[in-house]
Design a binder for this molecule. Sequence first.
Ligand SMILES: C=C(O[C@@H]1C=C(C(=O)O)C=C[C@H]1N)C(=O)O
Ligand code: PLP
Length: 253
Amino acid sequence: MQVTTPSVGDRSFQFGDGLFSTIKVTDGRPELWALHQSRLQQGVERLGIKAPDWQQLAILVQQAVTAESQVIKVVISRGHAGRGYSPVGVDGPDIYISTAALPDYQLWQQQGIRLDVATLQLACQPALAGLKHNNRLEQVLLKQELAATEWDDLLVLDQLGYITEATAANVFFYRQQQWFTPQLQRAGVAGVMRAHLMAQLAVSEVNWTLSELEQVDAMFLCNALCGVVPVRQLQQRIFDISAVQQLQQELLC
Ligand SMILES: C=C(O[C@@H]1C=C(C(=O)O)C=C[C@H]1N)C(=O)O
Ligand SMILES: Cc1ncc(COP(=O)(O)O)c(C=O)c1O
């Protein structure tokens, strides 16, 4: 394992052959690191990538912290090699750690956001479902679609028409005083914030089409950076965000 700068032969650069995680730093500490590491571990196991030294990686992540509040991005590449898709004989893994400023989500967290439904649908690929792998062209195209609109984010379906997530966040629904979130067996990223919330709330994983939302009372998006963000509007439907605001308060306790 080496922490390096990408070479042209890097397989994450060449083919997206790797995984990443985007970590929020609060009070100088990486938040939810155990959940980030767990997802990375599942990822290297499912992709057949040689595991890094996890203790050393945790130390390197902490050493990368340069501010009380920031973003740290960890990339695990299978490694670098010559031409061709085959991973046989690849020397790796290669680790890349970078930092960035934490975006300000306060307005979204307080007032909620407005969603449309994306036109682009996620490919169904169970072998990759749930992983935060480096093949993010679908999200690039979704952000390109979003940029052409006045909406804050897009609710994204998979190609079978099941609600999966947003462009860069997971989604939760509140119906008859119960929480639900999409099952991610075909597509989507199993977020660490999703896992963190599912460890604290009773949440049912569902395969819902858009018609199921007619019965939904509230919705929110979540990821490791923005936390819980209420949805105040989905297309023409206006939602009461008080149930999500109550959850936000409960999570602070
Ligand atoms: C792509 C990265 O992180 C993901 C993207 C966003 C975003 O576009 O808002 C936020 C967190 C992650 N889901 C990255 O390069 O860090
Ligand atoms: C496509 C996608 N789905 C879901 C998530 C949520 O993941 P996490 O909670 O690990 O930030 C992210 C961002 O990280 C993402 O890019």
